[in-house]
Ligand binder design. Structure first.
Ligand SMILES: Nc1nc2c(ncn2[C@@H]2O[C@H](COP(=O)(O)OP(=O)(O)OP(=O)(O)O)[C@@H](O)[C@H]2O)c(=O)[nH]1
Ligand SMILES: [Mg+2]
Length: 466
């Protein structure tokens, strides 16, 4: 437990109905007691004697001037039944930046210290109320962009990831116990353990979770979808249709879009950022060519590209150019990151696209009309399918952070190298080194084995007051 008391504004900046100052630590009640008054006579109150988890009406005054700063509701919550397991006081003020900042600075004058980002959650973790994967899930809950990602994050908050890793941990522990004992005692004095079987079990569980984490990462981090093609094929029109708003400028003039325009949509639960790019073509125009350069960069960061063609026009040199660019980057069969959209199907067809599309074997082709709104949901479905195909469909996506995913991959690598070592007849105490490393990597996810620097890294990404 910490011996200092932290304070922060726990609600977002800006104006709102209420705003909350949260205190946590042994002095919470004393600090609040120096500022809180009740009744029309503004009687001082011993906040530590107020009933826990009850709401009290009163005022916050500046103890130096006795000036009233705000009319508030105060709750004292006695540890350990609190977010941090420490004594907590929450003061609900009027939700404006000035009252909140004044009350915050009074709590600091009265002996509290301003909290670092994520420090409340860090205390919840260090005091054992949350494990590390749950603490990280707090951030996923706060930043969830779709209701599907929220649902997954809440599941992780309830400890699902740790539960899913328990069988792997148990298997590793079993293997390690045997290997360590075998190094110290003669074989016949310890219960026999089928180490290859135990490692196989650990491998199975770990790769299960790792596979499903790809899909979870998609829901957590979202994905970028680049809309590319030569000028005037209808990229901005498609952007607007997918957004269901007139976000991007559309004209019949080729080269309308000069910069990359980004907007986020909810693609069947996946937060997807659409990138409308400048049409790619040879050009003398300086601004347009800068735009084209940005299109290429956008393409580099995209998880999926939608290649837009104009089905009412014969193929042009520019179409082939873009096609080449995409074939180089996205075209291979194992890399399912491309969807072709043949636009303007409301117009008479000039269908000469087969030869171009031959470059992209297995790439889904969808015929659309942004004008008539046709084929749009089929296109969304094709994009979604390509994301799922890349991530590997998971029955139960594990919503992990990148850090957790890397730790999982490391754990799996160590298990595999332990398996190789065992097959090669490497001495058991050396095999034990790999098994122990795998355990440590799993421990980094749940927080049993975690260094100060990892903790700092994780919690510094929280907002202050969380
Ligand atoms: N008939 C028809 N016209 C369309 C369709 N989609 C777009 N257009 C027209 O095609 C022209 C170009 O559309 P944009 O969306 O600006 O095309 P773009 O690919 O963004 O063009 P640049 O930004 O110049 O690269 C406009 O006149 C649109 O109205 C469609 O489905 N059918
Ligand atoms: Mg455009």
């Amino acid at each position: 437990m910490y011996d200092d008391t932290i304070t922060a504004i726990a609600t977002p900046v800006g104006e709102g109905g209420i705003g909350i100052i949260r205190l946590s630590g042994p002095e919470s009640a004393d600090v609040a007691g120096r500022l809180f008054r009740r009744g029309s006579r503004l009687r001082p109150v011993d906040v530590g004697q107020l009933e826990s988890h009850h709401l009290y009406y009163g005022h916050i005054v500046n103890p130096k001037s006795d000036r009233i700063v705000d009319e508030v509701m105060l709750t004292r919550m006695a540890g350990p039944r609190t977010y941090t397991r420490e004594d907590v006081v929450e003061i609900s003020c009027h939700g404006g930046p000035i009252p909140l900042r004044e009350v915050l600075s009074l709590t600091i004058d009265a002996g509290a210290r301003e909290a670092e980002p994520g420090e409340f959650t860090l205390r919840a973790f260090l005091n054992g109320r949350l494990d590390l994967s749950q603490a990280e899930a707090v951030m996923s809950v706060v930043s969830a962009q779709t209701s599907e990602s929220l649902e997954m994050a809440v599941n992780e908050l309830r400890g699902r990831l740790t539960n899913r890793l328990t069988p792997a941990r148990e298997a590793l522990l079993e293997g390690l116990a045997f290997l360590d004992a075998a190094a110290d005692f003669p074989e016949d004095e310890i219960p026999p353990t089928d180490v290859p079987e135990v490692l196989k079990r650990a491998e199975g569980h770990l790769s299960d979770v790792l596979e499903s984490s790809q899909m979870g990462l998609l829901y957590r981090e979202g994905v970028q979808i680049a809309i590319v093609g030569r000028p005037n094929v209808g990229k901005s029109s498609l952007m607007n249709t997918l957004l269901r708003s007139d976000r991007a400028i559309v004209t019949e003039i080729a080269g309308t879009t000069r910069d990359v325009i980004t907007e986020t949509i909810n693609l069947r639960g996946i937060p997807a950022t659409l990138l409308d790019t400048a049409g790619i073509a040879e050009t003398e125009d300086v601004v347009e060519s800068i735009g084209i350069d940005r299109s290429r960069k956008a393409l580099a960061s995209a998880g999926v590209a939608i290649f837009v063609l104009d089905g009412s026009q014969p193929l042009t040199e520019a179409d082939l150019q873009v096609g080449q660019l995409l074939a180089d980057r996205f075209g291979s069969a194992e890399d399912r990151r491309l969807v072709v959209a043949i636009n303007k199907r409301d117009l008479p067809e000039r269908y000469e696209h087969r030869e171009l599309l031959d470059q992209f074997d297995d790439t889904p082709v969808v015929e659309i009309s942004t004008m008539a709104g046709e084929g749009i949901s089929a296109l969304e479905e094709a994009v979604y399918d390509s994301l799922v195909a890349q991530a590997g469909e998971a029955r139960e996506p594990a919503m992990v952070t990148l850090r957790q995913q890397q730790a999982l991959a490391r754990a799996l690598e160590h298990v595999k190298s332990a398996q190789f070592a065992l097959d090669d007849g490497v001495p058991q105490d050396l095999v034990a080194v790999d098994v122990r490393s795998a355990m440590l990597a799993v421990g980094e996810i749940t927080g049993e084995q975690v260094s100060e620097s990892i903790l700092t890294e994780i919690f510094s990404r929280f907002c202050i007051g969380k």
